[in-house]
Design a protein around this ligand. Structure first.
Ligand SMILES: Nc1ncnc2c1ncn2[C@@H]1O[C@H](COP(=O)(O)OP(=O)(O)OP(=O)(O)O)[C@@H](O)[C@H]1O
Ligand code: SF4
Ligand SMILES: [Mg+2]
Length: 381
């Protein structure tokens, strides 16, 4: 199961290998101070505020957070598909050093497909019902790679084979409605990888699929991207998928990054109280009832984001400073957390409280059982 590379392919990397490579290599994707806003008749709503992160070559960054956290908007801003009136109002997005956020739509269209592949929740969003999947694959391949029609068709068949479509030589001439949901998403993965992009943005790629095939599709995506050295921004509610797939994780809350760091660190030693709440929603074999916690309250609406730390009304560790000043991302060792508990200038009470947070987190230190996924919203899947 592998796709013939259109560019030199790095050797198959383990997650640990990727993490090590990322420290040495410059970021493939760099998002710096991203702001996205929606102008409305009642004023401007700030949907993403100062979102900054990087993704290294071949790295899988999981992006998690409850509904409305800003995950899809972040992905849409990167691939240049923000729906108006949403607009980038500040910050920079760079791919291999090249600025993307100020490119005209025509230039961005070329980058989409060739350098960045996209996979959405509903495979039908990416497929034209009027054309065979082969025609769509061949068109995408020929738009981005210097191949003849026959060569492109050959590559299309190889791609369908690689994504596990049986009888690809025949199925290539079928229309999207002739495929099941899972098979359609395999076709979409083939389309996203057709031109051997450097980055794939996958937004809830399995949420619309039958539970029984979700793990297969994620494994397929992960395997193919590892083989090709393709980096992935994997947006999901599913903490089990993150535990299984990601190298690093960004936790989003109310349009901001609450915590970002290596996956093992965030799962076993989460630093931000919101991450601790999210990780508490991963079921455990040891004592499922005790660990399956819910975070009280709900994600704020864009027109009612609390001042200071946006999580403060829901936070069990809240301090007076949390309501007054917004915490920046603070280095906590292996990860960074936007929480006053980890700020030395709020030391004393903060240090004691941070120790309490560590104690809370200690109960989460056992790995999640992948077969028993829970969602970021606490909904079992
Ligand atoms: N077109 C729009 N107009 C106004 N607000 C919007 C629009 N699109 C998104 N938003 C708001 O932006 C915020 C972030 O939305 P986004 O779709 O990125 O959330 P998400 O984290 O992907 O959530 P989900 O898990 O439900 O997909 C939400 O509060 C949402 O209501
Ligand atoms: S800054 Fe304060 S309110 Fe926000 S997560 Fe940290 S302790 Fe809780
Ligand atoms: Mg979304």
């Amino acid at each position: 199961m592998s796709i013939p590379a259109a560019r030199p392919s790095p050797s198959d990397r383990s997650a640990a290998g990727n993490a090590a490579a990322n420290e040495a290599s410059p970021p493939l994707l760099s998002v710096e101070g991203l702001r996205v806003e929606f102008p409305t008749r009642h004023g401007t709503l700030l949907a993403l505020d100062d979102v900054s992160f990087t993704i290294g070559p071949g790295e899988v960054l999981g992006v998690v957070g409850e509904s409305g956290a800003g995950k899809s908007l972040t992905g849409a801003a990167i691939i240049g598909l923000l729906e108006p009136p949403g607009r980038i109002a500040g910050g920079e997005i760079r791919l291999s050093g090249r600025r993307l956020d100020d490119l005209p739509a025509s230039a961005m269209r070329k980058i989409r497909g060739r350098e960045i592949g996209a996979i959405f929740q509903d495979p039908l969003t990416s497929l034209n019902p009027l054309y065979t999947v082969g025609r769509q694959l061949v068109e995408t391949i020929r738009e981005h790679l210097p191949l003849s029609g026959a060569q492109a068709r050959e590559r299309a068949i190889e791609l369908l084979n690689a994504t596990g479509i049986p009888a690809a030589e025949t199925r290539i001439d079928h229309y999207p409605h002739q495929f099941s949901g899972g098979m359609r998403q395999r076709v979409v993965i083939a389309l996203a990888l057709a031109a051997d992009p450097k980055l794939v943005v996958a937004d809830e790629p399995t949420t619309a699929l039958d539970v029984s095939i979700q793990a297969q599709i994620i494994t397929l995506l992960k395997t193919l991207c590892r083989e090709q050295g393709t980096a992935v921004m994997l947006i999901t509610h599913d903490m089990g998928v993150i535990a299984e797939t990601a190298d690093r994780v960004a936790v989003m809350y109310a349009g901001r990054i609450a915590e970002i760091g290596p996956v093992a660190e965030l799962i076993h030693r989460p630093k931000h109280p919101y991450t601790i709440g999210l990780m508490g929603s991963i079921p455990s074999v040891v004592d499922e009832r005790e660990r399956l916690t819910q975070i009280d309250g709900a994600m704020p609406r864009l027109n009612a984001i609390p001042s200071g730390c946006a999580f403060n009304p829901r936070c069990p560790q809240v301090m007076p400073v949390c309501r007054e000043r917004r915490p920046e991302l603070i280095d906590t060792g292996s990860s960074r957390a936007a929480c006053w508990l980890h700020d030395a200038s709020v030391a004393g009470t903060a240090a004691a409280r941070a120790a309490a947070v560590e104690d809370d987190a200690a109960v989460l230190r056992e790995p999640a059982k992948p077969a028993e996924h829970a969602t970021a919203s606490g909904r079992p899947q």
